[in-house]
Design a protein around this ligand. Structure first.
Ligand SMILES: NC(=O)c1ccc[n+]([C@@H]2O[C@H](COP(=O)([O-])OP(=O)(O)OC[C@H]3O[C@@H](n4cnc5c(N)ncnc54)[C@H](OP(=O)(O)O)[C@@H]3O)[C@@H](O)[C@H]2O)c1
Length: 254
């Protein structure tokens, strides 16, 4: 069993969706949690209440991960209030679903800053906490099939996820000998607030089991969180710079 008692985990974008599931799963495993959000304060408070009910220490921090100052303030708060950081799950993302031909510079900059540059802000700020031994620090980054597949209306987000995945591998190279693991979870389609806005979402959700190889079981945020938990634990100490695909086998099915 994975036991993260005494550890502290920060999950970016954990007010909703997959981030929320990750925060709860890490708390169930014993970790104290920092819930990060940018607009959904009420939802973040509700997640924090669930975590507190598990007997864990929890704090909500409003920080826009695309902004270096916000990230520095958030990590400073973690240092002062919790005194350590063992796990960083970078889940927050934005982008909007539209054709690339309708993508403006403003859309591009917002998605690149929130989904990609954020990892630079986060790890520049958090590495001094994550690298403190003896246990290895853990960074888990949420990515998607858009890194290597072409999906309708997904060009901008897919492009940012490809960049994010590459960046995560390079962070693994830079931080591995300093006691930090950086790995990636690539999730298949999960029904969340964001994917419900995808054009044709209902048909996509309904058609998921034709490509997966796990019977009628549908991929849920909690399945993704289970993979994140593994990569946040000492069981994955020798897994470095890798992508763990959690999609029920959909990506290898012709
Ligand atoms: N859902 C899927 O099918 C799927 C598949 C593969 C990969 N993923 C990846 O999994 C992650 C979560 O996806 P999701 O579907 O759960 O997303 P979601 O429901 O849209 O939730 C996004 C979360 O990110 C936060 N966020 C957005 N911009 C932020 C910013 N600038 N600073 C801080 N927090 C910010 C949001 O906070 P507020 O609530 O405060 O706005 C929210 O908590 C993303 O990285 C996504 O690309 C999702």
């Amino acid at each position: 069993m994975i036991d993260l008692s005494g550890k502290v985990a920060l999950v970016t974008g954990s007010s909703r969706g997959i981030g929320r599931a990750c925060a709860l799963r890490l708390a169930e495993a014993g970790a104290d949690i920092i819930v990060n959000f940018v607009t959904s304060g009420r939802e973040a408070d509700a997640v924090a209440a669930e975590i507190a009910a598990l007997g864990r220490r929890v704090a909500c921090v409003r920080a826009d991960v695309s902004q270096e100052e916000d990230v520095d303030d958030m990590i400073g708060f973690v240092r002062e209030s919790f005194g350590r950081l063992d796990v960083l799950v970078h889940n927050a993302a934005t982008g909007g679903f539209r054709p690339l031909a309708a993508t403006s510079q403003r859309h591009f900059d917002a998605a690149m800053h929130t989904n990609v540059l954020s990892l630079v802000h986060l790890l520049k700020s958090a590495t001094p906490l994550l690298e403190v031994g003896p246990a290895r620090g853990k960074v888990v980054v949420l990515s998607s099939h858009g890194t290597h597949m072409a999906l309708p209306m997904y060009g901008l987000i897919g492009g940012t996820k490809a960049a994010l995945t590459s960046l995560a591998r390079h962070w693994a190279l830079e931080l591995g000998d300093r006691g930090v693991n950086v790995n990636i979870v690539e999730a298949g389609l999960v029904e969340t607030d964001s994917t419900r806005r995808l054009p044709g979402a209902a048909e996509m959700f309904a058609g998921r089991t034709t490509k997966t190889m796990v019977g009628q079981r549908q991929l849920e945020a909690t399945d993704v969180a289970d993979a994140v938990l593994f990569l946040s634990s000492p069981l994955s100490d020798l897994v470095q710079g890798q992508t763990l695909v959690v999609d029920g086998g959909a990506a290898i099915h012709i």
